[in-house]
Design a protein around this ligand. Structure first.
Ligand code: NCD
Length: 307
């Protein structure tokens, strides 16, 4: 039985297959409309979410399956002190696959070790968010036509942003990618990540000003400042509006640079940018459904329809 806990759990060849399947699901939804008939997805969310949970649920419903779950730790038995290990043992007899989000780093891994069904890490604390990474990679591959040979700027909260951590790890496996980390000093990407890049001889640069590097980017990945992971509100208030991508700043960017954002957006992208055709974050959220459909079918090891 396979889980998805870390963005590197699938090889790049397996990812290509997954993305081909996701693209086919987008083109031919009817072909897959019954493939999960009789199967159940449990969404166990101990932390707030809109896109991830609902896109998982939409994915399963698009495949003809059903969903059950909880969207808040307070309404689950976690509030009575139940461990994730016990919860997953029980859920293993109610559902066929589980997507779990948890504020504690590593909780989905602990759950997977006791689970009788595939577990998908839907975000664990400030650590990883592999299905957002699948979404990001599918978006880049579908809209840019390639994974590799580009310069990507990651901007905002690079310290606490788990989507950033997962995406960097995943991209290290592709050729000729240059990373530009754009953040205030306090929100720099963690040392373990820059050390990993140095070990692999992968080019990266850390800068504070977005304007200086915008003209050099093929992709700009914006992120919000992760308020819930700050230790004090004062620091959050000081840093929250450090970057605001505006129409004027977009003029400095190449004509074919894509702007991605895992969402939710707070202030870091001005709404006027939404009309720019380079702003693809809402398309990205849509790709999140197709890639989760492909992931569910793959982890459940279902036979694919022939045509
Ligand atoms: C992200 C997350 O939960 O880490 N959201 C998402 O799943 N699309 C990003 C965020 O919360 O900032």
């Amino acid at each position: 039985m396979r889980h998805l806990l870390n963005p590197l759990d699938f090889s790049t060849t397996e990812l290509d297959k997954l993305f081909d399947l996701a693209n086919d699901m987008e083109r031919n939804p009817a072909k897959y409309a019954e493939i999960c008939k009789g199967k159940k997805l449990a969404t166990c969310f101990y932390e707030p979410s809109t896109r991830t949970r609902l896109s998982f649920e939409a994915a399963m419903l698009n495949l003809g399956g059903s969903v059950l779950g909880f969207s808040d730790a307070g309404s689950s038995s976690a509030s009575k002190g139940e461990s994730v290990s016990d919860t997953i043992r029980v859920i293993s007899s109610y559902a066929d696959i589980c997507a779990m989000r948890h504020p504690k780093e590593g909780a989905p891994m602990v759950a997977a070790s006791k689970s009788g069904i595939p577990v998908i890490n839907a975000g664990d604390g400030g650590h990883q968010h592999p299905t957002q990474t699948l979404t990001d990679l599918l978006t880049i591959r579908s809209l840019k036509g390639r994974l590799g040979n580009f310069t990507i700027g990651l901007c905002g909260d690079l310290k606490f942003g788990r989507t950033v951590h997962s995406l960097i790890h995943a991209l290290t496996r592709y050729e000729n990618i240059t990373f530009i980390f754009i953040s205030p000093e306090e929100l720099r990407v963690p040392d373990y990540i820059t050390e990993m890049l140095q070990e692999k001889n992968i080019a990266y640069k850390e800068v504070i000003r977005l304007e200086d590097v915008l003209p050099t980017l093929d992709l700009l990945y914006m992120t919000r400042v992760q308020r819930e992971r700050f230790f004090n509100e004062e620091d959050y208030i000081r840093l929250k509006d450090f970057y605001i991508l505006t129409k004027e700043k977009m003029e400095l960017a190449p004509k074919d640079m894509l702007v991605l954002h895992p969402l939710p957006r707070v202030n870091e992208i001005s709404v006027e940018v939404d009309d720019d055709e380079r702003a693809v974050y809402f398309k990205q959220a849509k790709y999140g459904v197709y890639v989760r459909m492909a992931l569910i079918v793959t982890l459940l090891e279902l036979e694919l329809p022939l045509n």
